[in-house]
Design a protein around this ligand. Structure first.
Ligand code: HEM
Length: 173
């Protein structure tokens, strides 16, 4: 069986964000976070409808097809807010590499050990987050903001794969 390292080549360090990019991220995030429940649910609904295999980890709605029904799942709503809170911690730590690493470490460890989530799902989610933010907040998420956010998502995924390989993740599929 193949672990995540097979598909993902780990570089020595995550991308470095420029000061301007960090400011852009902080500014664009404020508005999103004011609407964290709605934005988080929109992201997860998009994730589960565009990539149905990502539902498999969630006992409450893994068999649901209906978007409305999924939307009212307490497990979905809970995860939506948790994801947004963790993203908020990531944004708040954007100036501090060690803090960024520890925010992602906590999430990656629990998802590997407890939830047995394949790391590629984080990559998929990162893409969906960008897609939905651009759609819902078009005036804030122009080209520059997209570039900055895309870098931040790369940093997130870099740490996720680092943690997964450090704990010796091997795929269960
Ligand atoms: C930015 C990415 C993500 C963040 C910040 C995040 C955050 C969290 C947090 C804080 C929890 C609860 C505490 C814990 O167990 O650590 C959690 C639970 C969970 N997460 Fe995530 N998560 C992310 C991505 C994913 C992805 C991609 C999947 C699978 C496709 C996933 C599946 C789960 C599951 C199954 C649970 C347990 C839900 C429950 O028992 O109610 N997460 N997540």
């Amino acid at each position: 069986m193949e672990g995540n390292s097979g598909e993902h080549k780990q570089t020595e360090g995550p991308e470095t964000l420029m000061e301007e990019e960090r400011v852009t991220i902080t500014n664009t995030w404020a508005k999103v976070y004011e609407n964290k429940e709605a934005a988080g649910v929109a992201v997860l609904i998009r994730l589960f409808t565009s990539f149905p295999s990502t539902k498999q980890y969630f006992s409450e709605f893994r068999h649901m097809e209906d978007t409305q029904e999924m939307q009212s799942s307490a497990q979905l709503q809970k995860h939506a807010v948790l994801v947004m809170k963790a993203l908020n911690a990531l944004v708040e730590s954007v100036d501090d590499g060690e803090k960024t690493a520890s925010v992602v470490e906590k999430v990656a460890k629990s998802h590997a050990r407890k939830h047995k989530v394949e790391p590629v799902n984080f990559k998929i989610l990162a893409g969906v987050i960008l897609e939905v933010l651009v759609e819902v907040f078009p005036e804030s998420f122009g080209v520059e903001a997209q570039r900055a956010w895309s870098k931040l998502m790369d940093v997130l995924y870099w740490h996720v794969t680092r943690v997964y390989s450090e704990i010796g993740w091997t795929s269960t599929e």
